[in-house]
Design a protein around this ligand. Structure first.
Ligand code: SF4
Length: 347
């Protein structure tokens, strides 16, 4: 099967995107620009579009400009991120807004190098902002885009293999160079990967590139990209203890790094193997949490991309005053993981 010219591909995709683009809030002419692109791209990493739509509108109402975001309190920014998960992105976005104000006069920069120096902005996000908000000929490759390009050109590789990544970036560069509008082409490519050229059941009949696609012609859409090797998730045990003193429960904040960074939680002891009551009490005491009547109340499993977190939920009482004691309803107003919300809501 002969490869089709870059120009014929980009023209077909841009035409399709102009007709079929979903009406998403960050595509509105009234909000479109560097700041909207920065916020929407941060939200879209690892979160479904339907969730991002609601969060984006609320976030932009709360922080209408990059200066408003830069001046906000971190807890407020994290609270506005509720429902999106992966809170590290919110902290990066907040830090990026501060850099934009301090180093770029409050205007999101348009060049790739300055964009990439912003916290949380990698090659993909920089390319997306430069092309979508500023019309630059900058390439973008994420999992969706790599899949579309590998199929389109019939490359039999796994989309996250380094060799496939190198090839996909080079191909994306060639195509964006050939495009009429880098913004429409890149957005069209992302849109195609999200709604037509999906991982398991690409709708080739509805695809504007079907006549130009090698995998479609060869019937290899089911095997390109090559399935990734699954790596086993690491199992960790989180012993979450709802400690009461009267009507209040004890909260603590997680560290700055790692899973659920800076989120709030009930005292939680993490270990590689499950702990019995005596072991758990000892670990709590070492952490300065002295409890009575410690007992197990339930367990559930929470899966993240890389971990299987086994929650062992406990309850206990305490008379100590030290620590952050709050009413359960107020506790839920703090930034918390979905799993921790579930535990606090059960109390
Ligand atoms: S024709 Fe099918 S496999 Fe090829 S790009 Fe379109 S949806 Fe993907």
């Amino acid at each position: 099967v002969k490869e089709r010219s870059s120009e014929s591909i980009t023209a077909a995709l841009e035409r399709w995107f102009a007709e079929r683009a979903r009406d998403l809030p960050w595509r509105q002419p009234s909000v479109r620009g560097g700041y909207a692109a920065l916020v929407s791209e941060a939200m879209l990493q690892q979160t479904q579009v339907s969730r991002v739509v609601v969060a984006f509108v609320a976030f932009m109402a709360r922080f209408p400009t990059v200066a408003d975001l830069a001046a906000a309190d971190e807890q407020e920014v994290l609270a506005a991120w509720t429902g999106l998960g992966y809170y590290r992105r919110a902290r990066h976005l907040h830090a990026a807004a501060k850099v934009v104000v301090a180093a770029h006069d409050g205007e999101v920069p348009a060049d790739l190098e300055s964009l990439r120096s912003l916290p949380g902005v990698g090659r993909y996000t920089a390319g997306a902002i430069a092309s979508i908000a500023f019309g630059k000929r900058a390439a973008i490759v994420d999992g969706n885009v790599a899949r579309v390009l590998l199929r389109l050109r019939g490359r039999d590789m796994g989309s996250d293999e380094p060799q496939a990544q190198r090839w996909a970036w080079a191909e994306a560069e060639r195509l964006v160079e050939a495009s009429t509008s880098p913004a429409a082409f890149n957005e069209g490519l992302m849109e195609l990967g999200a709604v037509v050229c999906t991982p398991r059941s690409p709708d080739c009949d509805a695809c504007p590139l079907s006549q130009r696609c090698v995998a479609n012609a060869q019937g290899t859409t089911a095997t390109i990209p090559r399935p990734r090797k699954t790596t086993a998730r690491l199992t960790v045990h989180h012993h979450a203890v709802v400690v009461r003193r009267g009507a209040r429960i004890l909260l603590e904040q997680r560290g700055d790094d790692g899973l659920w960074a800076s989120m709030w939680q009930v005292p939680t002891i993490e270990s590689a193997a499950p702990l019995g009551i005596a072991g758990l009490r000892k670990r709590l005491t070492e952490r300065g949490v002295v409890v009575d009547e410690l007992s197990a109340t339930g367990a559930f499993v929470h899966l993240t991309t890389h971990r299987e977190v086994r929650f062992h939920v406990h309850r206990a009482k305490s008379t100590q005053r030290r620590g952050d004691w709050v009413a359960p309803a107020n506790a839920l107003e703090r930034p918390m993981s979905a799993a921790m919300r579930r535990i606090v809501a059960m109390t």
